[in-house]
Design a protein around this ligand. Structure first.
Ligand code: NAD
Length: 313
């Protein structure tokens, strides 16, 4: 009998698209979406859904047993900008949910885990350009501290208990289906919506702040690829660097202006500028290329074309 997949935090920016992609390949009934709130119509209507708090181990264990879950994708988390406002809540959510899933793996109740890390694991002392897989990691945000700790626990559970946990350090993600959930790179989604609705946008980062970014289709493809890879090809069991493109707010504005010439952007940096300043501007993802064949497909131009095409009413 085919075993099932469980997604925790399925109604968020990544979870929504990941659920739909997994349902396409594994069949709707074998992909169980869950969250503490309901999600989009396409998510809710395309397959099973459970209200489930990822920090509640007993509830999680019950759902895993009921649906005969083989793999769990843990997408529930508090993101970088929101976590600075609620540090303890962020730490509790990000770490308790991860321990719950790792412990299900340790107890052999599930066979495979996906848990996303982030470029937020790096800090101001990290080399900013072409940031290597292994380097100085001194994150200065609550979110980054939780992700770096999470990476170390994933590696520990893999080596100590044989847990098959796989992870990617996502860059900032750009998508049109679901709005982002409180990160420092949210501007790169908002800007497309505002370009179409108001022809002007006030950006919370400075014009020259260059950050690593990725279009959602690439991020979903990378997630499916690493989960399909043979276990012994995955040498990195903390989290893989992953890259597609790097750009600044002024560069994304220019790419939109090629299609909407009267679009204007003003700059009013807020607390998120400090977070962005502590992150790399570009990432070396050669280990993901070597170990599991990763190659990005979307650059800024193609991303802008896709975003405007899908968001235009
Ligand atoms: N979006 C990005 O640019 C980005 C970049 C790097 C890493 N990530 C990581 O990817 C993962 C998913 O990010 P996202 O952008 O989809 O986040 P999001 O904020 O859009 O979605 C998170 C979802 O988790 C749910 N949730 C919150 N608390 C929960 C709980 N206790 N139990 C169950 N669900 C709960 C929320 O309702 C929400 O639907 C996170 O771990 C995030 O850190 C995201």
């Amino acid at each position: 009998m085919q075993k099932s997949i469980l997604i925790l935090g399925a109604c968020g920016q990544i979870g929504t698209e990941l659920t739909l992609a997994l349902r396409k390949t594994h069949g709707n009934d074998h992909v169980i979406a869950s969250d503490i709130r309901e999600g989009s119509e396409s998510l809710m209507e395309s397959g099973p859904f459970e209200i489930l708090d990822a920090t509640d181990y007993d509830a999680l264990e019950e759902v895993v047993a009921y649906y005969e879950i083989e793999a769990v994708y843990l997408m529930a988390a508090m993101l970088s900008a929101t976590a600075e406002k609620f540090p303890e809540r962020a730490w509790n959510l990000n770490m308790t949910s991860l321990f719950n899933v790792l412990n299900l793996g340790k107890e052999k109740k599930i066979q495979k885990i996906f848990w996303p890390s982030s470029i937020a694991v790096f800090g101001t002392n990290t080399p900013k350009t072409n940031t290597p897989q292994n380097t100085i990691m001194e994150p200065s945000t609550v979110y980054g501290i939780s992700k770096l700790s999470g990476e170390r626990w994933c590696s520990y559970y893999h080596h100590k208990f044989g847990v098959d946990v796989r992870s990617i350090r996502y860059p900032g993600l750009i998508s049109w289906k679901t709005m982002p959930g409180g990160g420092t790179t949210d501007y790169a989604v908002e800007i497309y919506h505002k370009a179409l609705s108001e022809k002007k946008y006030s950006c919370f980062l400075q014009p020259d702040t260059k950050l690593p970014m990725m279009f959602m289709d690439d991020a979903i493809r990378a997630t499916l690829m690493i989960m399909d890879a043979e276990a012994d090809t995955l040498k990195v069991r903390s989290s893989y660097n992953l890259a597609a493109m790097s750009f600044s707010p002024s560069q994304i504005a220019e790419s939109i202006q090629k299609e909407i010439p009267d679009f204007t952007v003003t700059y009013e940096p807020d607390f998120r500028q400090t977070i962005a300043d502590s992150w790399p501007s570009s990432i070396d993802d050669s280990e993901a290329h070597q170990d599991w064949g990763w190659k990005s497909e979307f650059d800024l131009e193609r991303t802008t074309t896709e975003m405007l095409k899908h968001l235009t009413p």
